[in-house]
Design a protein around this ligand. Sequence first.
Ligand code: AVJ
Length: 322
Amino acid sequence: SIKGRGGDHSAFQNDHREAFQADVLAGLSGKQKTLPCKYLYDEAGSKLFEAICELEDYYLTRTEADIFHSNLDSMAALLGPSAVLVEPGAGNCEKAEPLLTAMDTPHAFYPLDISPEILLNAQQRIQARLPDLTVTPVVGDFTCAQPWGEIPPSSHRKVIFFPGSTIGNFSPDKASTLLAQFRSYLSTGDGLLIGVDLVKDSVVLERAYADSDHVTERFNKNLLSRINSELDGNFDTEAFAHRAFYHPHRQRVEMHLVSLCDQKVQVAGQTFDFEEGETIHTENSHKYTRAGLEALLRESGFNPTQFWTDNKQHYAIYYAET
Ligand code: AVJ
């Protein structure tokens, strides 16, 4: 079974379309045009993101997987027996699967995601591999209270699994609010296992977001195609260029779409003017130092107790307790 808004699919789709339209129109109306990065992950966008994860230039996924692979047993030991694993933004659940396999008789797994299709696929795959585990996908936006309300209270220890540097998509302020929100769904003795990308040489960072195979460019421009098809837009994707750069002061990679000419674009009956060189800011990917991340965890009500990294210290996984 699938929990959340999956049961009332058409109502969910309508709410979702309205929110998408409101966010897009508001984002394109500002002085610096922006689009919320969560809309990059429709079905096509999620597939493109999976392709990004395979890229040589995109070291994040590979490095994180290596850290997990090298430390699975000590991580599983920390989580303890019969734990409940909850994964916000789980997607295809490829990161949870080895962890669940290494854990001592995990009690239940709740992957949360906005895409029911991806969740159902993952549920079937994991259920086939771990027949004794209860896998309950929950459809919803993990930044809202709704999907968390679908998780029944339990006497088992709960661990929120938040890999993939998803936290990097939130500004430090919002990241702190989000982690404090996670903390509010946990009890004393529960935990958080979180993966974050670390501050490093800007050349390495920029190559990861402006890859030589141009997959990130397609991922970024897919947002325009999505607006065209879902919100009756007429973006010419050829008239925009992908740009990604590291901003050292803000400690983040910014992703933009640059208008290549003066142009007008219609979306949902409204017209937006673009000057040549003007950008739409589509995503931020914040990077952390160890000290910065530990401070973030503490101010959100967590106590970091363990951390693992790779030999280049490109990436870190933290375990934090409530
Ligand atoms: C899914 C947010 C971790 O910021 O590295 C990858 C998204 N954007 N390439 C990241 C992304 C462009 C990714 N996160």
